[in-house]
Structure formats: C-alpha cells, structure tokens
Unconditional design. Sequence first.
Length: 284
Amino acid sequence: MVSTTTTNHLLKGSGSFLLSSHHHHILRRCPFLLPTTARIINNRIRSTIVTPVAAPPLPISLHRDFYDQTKTSLPKGMMCYCTAPNALDTIVASDEGNAKNEEDNGELTVEKIREAANTLDIRVGRILKAWRHEEADSLYVEEVDVGEPEPRIICSGLVKYVPLHLLQDRNIVVLANLKPRNMRGVKSNGMLMAASDASHESVELLVPPEGAIPGERVWFGSPEEKENLPDAASPNQVQKKKIWEQVQPHLKTDDSCVAVLGTHYMRTSAGLIVSQSLKNARIS
C-alpha cells in the first residue's frame, strides 16, 4: 500500500501551470508549485488517499524557467501534471456547451414523450351501467361505450372515492389500448382515467367537455394537431415499449384543473379534458 497526497487547484494564467502534484511517500505532503503568472481561482479538493499502486505514472518535465520564477525546486520523487494555458477557458466553454446540450436533450425528451403520449388510444367513453364487483370489495365493474360495436367491460378501484350512483350514465375518459387484465374473475379491457391528490385520498374521474362523442380519440396539443395524430399503438406495443410508464409521470392537472402533459393540453374536438376540482394533481 502506498500513501498518496493529492492537491487539486483550478488556476488561470498566461503560462503553463501545475494542475496537481503527487508524491508517493508515507503521509508526507508535497509543496505545490505555482507560477507567478497564475492565481488560484478555487481550491477544490485537498485529501489524503491510501490506494494500491501497481506502477507509478510517468512524470512530465517542466521548463527550468518555471522553477526560476517560483524560486522553488522540484522535490525528488514528485510527479507533475501540467495543463494548457487556456485550460480554465476550455473548462468554462465545455461547461457552457454541456449545459446547452442538456437543454436541447431536455426539449427533445419532452417532445418524444408527447409523441409517445399521442400513440396511446385515449378515448371519450360513456358508462352505460356500473355495479359492484362480486369478488372484490374495492372494485366496480363498468359497461362502457367507447365507440365500438360492443361496449367494453372495465374494472376500476373507485369504491372508496366515487359513489356508485355517480357512475351511471356519465361521460369519462378511457385508456383503451392496454392489454386486457383478469381482475378477480372479470376480464377488464381498459382503464378509466382519473386525477388524484398527493395523498391519494381524493380521486376524481377526468371529465370530457360537453358535446364530446364516445369513441373520439383524445390528444395532447393544439386543436390543429388532431389532423397529425398518429395511429394508436397496439396493446402489445404499449406493453413492450412501456409507453404508458413513460408518459404517466408527466400527466397532471394545472392550476385551472385542466389535464396537461407538460405544457400541452389534453383535448377533444369539443374542448379540454378537466378534473372537477383537483388542481396540480397527478393523473393515472
């Protein structure tokens, strides 16, 4: 085992300078060599590290004028590592470039999430009939018109949150391209979408606008973007690509109870999707 004392500094100057010095010895600190043209911007790290060394790194020679300026001599056994005169400028430029790339990547990610969201088959639905699940106290079973020849059977865990009589003959929002699931003996083919507060004590079904037609697809964006709405992904694609898992964390209601994906409104051709009273609530 070899004890290595390491001192790292961030410098700015017109000449080459010593960025770090390493002296392999037993817990003995090495003097730090600083050229007269440089100044210390920030002393970032000073630490003593015990680490096994298979082979020491090769030293880099410094010009003799460097030692003449600093009135110091290089201690025996010290390895020196130098950087270019414009190293600080390079670091700053690199940081600025990285920040811009991160910003661009962030915007790209948001747009990709919206593209993924618009492949979800979210539709206006209408509950024709609802009843309590015979084998599960927390579940309702609903017969829902989603614009298909036959209504779908969907199970929802809303018993604690919505009285049964308020489910009858009402418009709701349905995520329709999930794989069917067997829920205590009942095959559920879809999911009713709802907003909930942080504690999940209050849950409200999303409400389509007045005049929305069962079966119409819901999208995220401006009214004009309906024309560019892509085909819905298949249930297998939704599961394999984890589309719902990517999109759901970004769904919420805003300060006006309107359902949004980031800055994009959730809408139908008749208007916006809303929650009755929950603001800044998650949607699932």
